[in-house]
Design a protein around this ligand. Structure first.
Ligand code: ZN
Length: 71
C-alpha cells in the first residue's frame, strides 16, 4: 500500500526524534486489550507506541508488553 491510512492519534503525526512525517503507522492492540498505534520512522528507525486515546506521549514498553513476562 503506497497510501498510508491517516490515523489521527496524538503524538503520531511526526517522529519524536527527527520530525519525519512519512511514518509507518500500524494499529494494534496492546497489553490489556488497549487499542494503540505502533509508529515506525523510516528515517531514524525510532519506534513508539501510542494509545488511541492517549495524550501524545509514547507508551512505556511495560504498557505495551504487559507487566512481567508473557508466554
Ligand atoms: Zn525519525
Amino acid at each position: 500500500m503506497s497510501q498510508p491510512q491517516s490515523i489521527v492519534v496524538p503524538g503520531t503525526h511526526a517522529c519524536l526524534r527527527c520530525g519525519e512525517t512519512e511514518l509507518t503507522r500500524i494499529r494494534m492492540t496492546i497489553s490489556g486489550g488497549r487499542p494503540a498505534v505502533f509508529v515506525s520512522c523510516p528515517s531514524c528507525e525510532q519506534t513508539n507506541w501510542f494509545a488511541l486515546d492517549g495524550d501524545g506521549s509514547p507508551l512505556p514498553r511495560e504498557d505495551v508488553m504487559g507487566p512481567g513476562k508473557q508466554s
